[in-house]
Design a protein around this ligand. Structure first.
Ligand code: UD1
Ligand code: CA
Length: 454
C-alpha cells in the first residue's frame, strides 16, 4: 500500500498565547519533532507538512525536515482548509493519513493500523474519554454506524455528553478526499472549514466509515492549552521512564525524573529522584546519578557516580569517576578515568587526568591537570586577567596545597608541590616544593577592639 502522511501544523495556537504551537517543547523536543518521528517510524512513503505562512524557516531550524514536502496554508481557515492545501501534492492512488501536529504521543503502530483500515474508505481514530472537553464528538445512528463528528463548540447538550471522541487522526484514499473536500463549508461556530465535516459528507454519500479505537487514550491527547501541554509532558516523562526501566535502568521514582532530549543508558544504571537530562546524554553501564543531578549534552563512562545536586554540562566523564555532591562541570571539560571531583568544585574547559583529585571548594578553569595530581581545598586557577583567558598546566602527580592561587598563564611541573596559600605567578619546577612565603607574626599585647557597653 502506498501511504502518505499530511501533518497539520498551521493552526495559530491561540489557546496557548500564540507563537508556533508545533515548536512548543515536549521532553525538550518540539511537538512537531515527535509527530515527525512517529510518521517516519510508521514507514510511509511521503510526508507533507502544512505550516503557517512564513513559519517554515523556524520549523526548519528546530526540526529535521529532510525529505518532507512543506506546504504553506496562507490563512488558518480550519483543518479542512489545511488539508486542501496539501492534497494536490499527494499521489492520486495513495492512502492519506492526516496527523495533527499537537498530538505527540501517538505510536507508529497506530498510524499503520489506521492506514490499513482506510484502504477503501475513510477511517478515523476514536477514543473513549470520560472527560471529553473540547474534543469532537462521534455521532452514531441507531445501528451504531458513524454519521458525523460534531465539534464541541457546535454540539448541543446531548451531544456534548457523548464520551467517544475524535482524535484528529483520519485516513482515507486521496481520491475520495479530493471528491469530498469541496463539499465542506464554513457554516459553523468558528467559521472554519472543519476536516471533521468530511465524515458527514462521506456518510451522506453512502460511504461506510471505519473506526479504529485507540486502546491507550494517551496516544490521542492533544496540547491545546498550556495546562494540557504540561499534562502531556508528565505522560511523556512517564513513558520515557517506563522505556528506560524496561531496558533495565533502575529509577528510584519514575514520576520524578525528566528527560529533555535523548538519554541512553547502559546496563545496571541507577537514577535517583529529580534527575534532569537535557539534549543528548549517554551513560555507560552501572552509572549512578544522585538526587537532583542535572546532566546536559554529556557522556558518562562505566561505573561513574555523579552525586547529589551536581550539574554536568557539555562534558565527557570517564569511567570510575566520582563527581559531587554539589559539583559543577562546565562545557569543554574532560574528566578522565578514576578522577574525583568533590563538593563545591567548578571545572570549566579543562582536562582532568586519570586518577586526579580535586576534592573540595576549587575552581579549575582553562586548565590541564595531569594524572594523579592532587588539588587541595580552595585552590583557584586564576584564568582571567580582566581581558583574556589563560591556561594553567598542572603536571602529573603534582600536589597543590590548599588555598593556592595559580595565576595563569602558569605551569606547575610534574611531581611539584605547592605550599598552602601560595600565589604562584611564575612556573613552578617539577619535583620541587615551591612556596610563596608570607610571614606569620604574633602581636604581643594586641587587644581586639570592643564596642562600648559590651
Ligand atoms: C481537532 C478536531 C477535533 C478533535 C481534535 C483532536 C477539527 C475541526 N477538530 O480539534 O474534532 O477532537 O482535533 O485533538 O478538526 N491546523 C491547521 N490549519 C488550520 C487549523 C488547524 O493546520 O487552519 C492544525 C493545527 O495546527 C493542529 C491541527 O490542525 O495541529 C488541529 O487543529 P486544532 O485547532 O488543534 O483542532 P482542535 O480544536 O484540537
Ligand atoms: Ca488540537
Amino acid at each position: 500500500m502506498h501511504s502518505e502522511i499530511i501533518i497539520l501544523a498551521a493552526g495559530r495556537g491561540v489557546r496557548m498565547g500564540g507563537g508556533v504551537k508545533a515548536l512548543r517543547p515536549l521532553g525538550g523536543l518540539p511537538l512537531l519533532a515527535h509527530v515527525l518521528g512517529c510518521a517516519r517510524a510508521a514507514g510511509v512513503r511521503r510526508i507533507h507538512l502544512v505550516h503557517g505562512e512564513g513559519e517554515d524557516a523556524a520549523l526548519r531550524r528546530h526540526c529535521d525536515l529532510r525529505g518532507v514536502n512543506l506546504v504553506a496554508q496562507p490563512q488558518p481557515l480550519g483543518t479542512g482548509h489545511a488539508l486542501m492545501q496539501a492534497l494536490p501534492a499527494v499521489k492520486a492512488a495513495a492512502t492519506v493519513c492526516v496527523m495533527p501536529a499537537d498530538a505527540p504521543l501517538v505510536r507508529p503502530a497506530t498510524i499503520r493500523h489506521l492506514c490499513g483500515a482506510a484502504a477503501d474508505g475513510i477511517a478515523i481514530l476514536t477514543v473513549h474519554n470520560p472527560d471529553p472537553g473540547g474534543y469532537g464528538r462521534i455521532l452514531r445512528d441507531a445501528a451504531g454506524k458513524i454519521t458525523a463528528i460534531r465539534e464541541a463548540r457546535d454540539a448541543d447538550a446531548g451531544e456534548r455528553a457523548i464520551t467517544e471522541v475524535n482524535t484528529g487522526f483520519i485516513a482515507a484514499p486521496a481520491a475520495l478526499l479530493a471528491e469530498l473536500l469541496p463539499r465542506i463549508s464554513r457554516d459553523n461556530a468558528q467559521g472554519e472549514f472543519y476536516l471533521t465535516d468530511l465524515i458527514a459528507a462521506a456518510a451522506n454519500a453512502g460511504q461506510g466509515i471505519a473506526d479504529c479505537t485507540c486502546d491507550d487514550p494517551e496516544e490521542a491527547a492533544g496540547a491545546n492549552t498550556v495546562a494540557e501541554l504540561a499534562a502531556l509532558e508528565r505522560k511523556y516523562q512517564r513513558r520515557t521512564a517506563g522505556d528506560l526501566m524496561r531496558a533495565g535502568v533502575t529509577i528510584m521514582d519514575p514520576a520524578r525524573m525528566d528527560v529533555r532530549g535523548e538519554l541512553s543508558a547502559g546496563d545496571g544504571c541507577t537514577i535517583d529522584v529529580n534527575v534532569v537530562t537535557e539534549g543528548a546524554v549517554q551513560l555507560g553501564s552501572h552509572v549512578y546519578l544522585g538526587p537532583g543531578v542535572v546532566l546536559r549534552e554529556s557522556t558518562v563512562g562505566d561505573g561513574s557516580r555523579i552525586l547529589a545536586h551536581s550539574v554536568v554540562d557539555g562534558a565527557a566523564i570517564g569511567s570510575g569517576v566520582t563527581i559531587g555532591p554539589f559539583a559543577r562541570i562546565r562545557p569543554g571539560t574532560t574528566i578522565s578515568d578514576s578522577a574525583t571531583i568533590g563538593n563545591f568544585v567548578e571545572v570549566k574547559n579543562s582536562a582532568v587526568g586519570p586518577g586526579a583529585k580535586a576534592s573540595h571548594l576549587s575552581y579549575l578553569g582553562d586548565s590541564e591537570v595531569g594524572e594523579g595530581a592532587n588539588i587541595g581545598a580552595g585552590v583557584v586557577t586564576c584564568n582571567y586577567d580582566g581581558a583574556g583567558k589563560h591556561r594553567t598546566a598542572i603536571g602529573a602527580g603534582a600536589f597543590i596545597g590548599s588555598g593556592a592561587m595559580l595565576v595563569a598563564p602558569v605551569t606547575v611541573g610534574a611531581g611539584a608541590t605547592i605550599g598552602a596559600g601560595a600565589t604562584v605567578t611564575k612556573d613552578a619546577p617539577p619535583g620541587k616544593l615551591t612556596l610563596t612565603e608570607k610571614k606569620q607574626r604574633t602581636m604581643d599585647g594586641w587587644r581586639r577592639p570592643a564596642r562600648e557597653g559590651r
